[in-house]
Design a protein around this ligand. Structure first.
Ligand SMILES: Nc1ncnc2c1ncn2[C@@H]1O[C@H](COP(=O)(O)OP(=O)(O)OP(=O)(O)O)[C@@H](O)[C@H]1O
Ligand SMILES: [Mg+2]
Length: 292
């Protein structure tokens, strides 16, 4: 199939996926997008991150846009990607600088994709591949819904990489076997898709049980488990609620959380092959930089 994205496009399409709810999919999408769009990261040709919100809850869309009512926003909405033909695809610009294909908060049109024939999941593949080949994006990150659905299958079928956030619990490995089955289905139309990594979220390093569960996951999954877990810290939730980078919360455990997000971003980049240039983004144009 020529319409699918390949690794040669140098724009990884990364689905952050788990059928289990509340494990931190949107948190990773939102906080990684803020981090990648900050002056800490520079991509070749000033490429950006594109986020595609495949979840009708619209959590990533509303937080990245920093408002709840997106109904008047002009630009392509995610449900439109499920049309076979699309004249143009116009992502919207978010305040942090990333681009976004958005869903509304409780997006009925995106919900209704489930009422269409199963094959509808094939339609976004070509559109996402076109975006990946456009040369505008360093990576495309998809926030997945917490359900086995046409949208979920579509998200895996568009992806080069699947990253799975899990909470340490006896059910984490159950969720992973479900994801593996879904990746196998997606691989029938998209042979490049792979499980790239598992991020342990809401980790408590002081809990013996958490440490044991982490060891168990590493025994089962080996180096698929990210070196850096994301610890359960109030500033992460606070930052999500306000739609701001956790690095902006300098009180309490904000700094530690921001550092973890940065290390996770580096791991995502390394595992998925996002090209990052060395050195921070210049804050001012070179002409305005004072010389001694
Ligand atoms: N490391 C963390 N520390 C503190 N709170 C967290 C952390 N990770 C996620 N949360 C909070 O947990 C809740 C669920 O996270 P999130 O919405 O990212 O999960 P999700 O997998 O996207 O959920 P859903 O399946 O409903 O889409 C949110 O309120 C979020 O702010
Ligand atoms: Mg979510």
């Amino acid at each position: 199939m020529s319409d699918i994205v390949t690794r040669k496009t140098k724009c990884p399409v990364i689905s952050i996926a788990n059928m289990k709810g509340g494990v931190g999919k949107s948190t990773i999408v939102i906080q990684a997008t803020f981090a990648y769009s900050s002056d800490k990261y520079r991509f070749p040709d000033d490429k950006k991150i594109l986020v595609v919100d495949m979840d009708p809850q619209g959590n990533s869309s509303t937080r990245l846009m920093r408002r709840t009512d997106l109904s008047q926003l002009e630009g392509t909405r995610t449900h439109e990607l499920f049309n076979e033909d699309l004249e143009t695809i116009k992502p919207v610009s978010t305040p942090c600088g990333a681009d976004l294909i958005f869903s509304l908060q409780n997006d009925g049109s995106l919900d209704d994709i489930e009422l269409r024939p199963m094959e509808v999941f094939l339609n976004p593949i070509k559109h996402i591949a076109d975006l990946a080949r456009s040369g505008r994006y360093a990576a495309i990150i998809l926030d997945c819904p917490p359900s086995r659905s046409r949208k979920f299958t579509a998200a895996l079928s568009c992806a080069t990489d699947v990253i799975v956030p899990v909470e340490v619990s006896g059910f984490a490995t159950d969720a992973l076997s479900g994801i593996m089955e879904s990746i196998e289905i997606a691989a029938e139309v998209n042979p490049v898709v792979q499980l790239t990594g598992v991020v342990i979220n809401k980790f408590n390093s002081r809990s013996k049980r958490h440490k044991q569960e982490r060891e168990t996951l590493i025994r089962v999954l080996g180096d698929k488990v990210f070196d850096q877990p994301l610890v359960n810290r109030a500033p992460v939730d606070e930052a999500n609620a306000e739609g701001i980078p956790v690095s902006k919360i300098t009180s309490g455990a904000g700094r530690a959380a921001a550092k973890e997000v940065e290390i996770i971003c580096n791991e995502i980049a390394q595992r998925c092959g996002i090209e990052i240039l060395k050195g921070k983004k210049p804050k001012r144009s070179p002409a305005s930089v004072k010389r001694d």
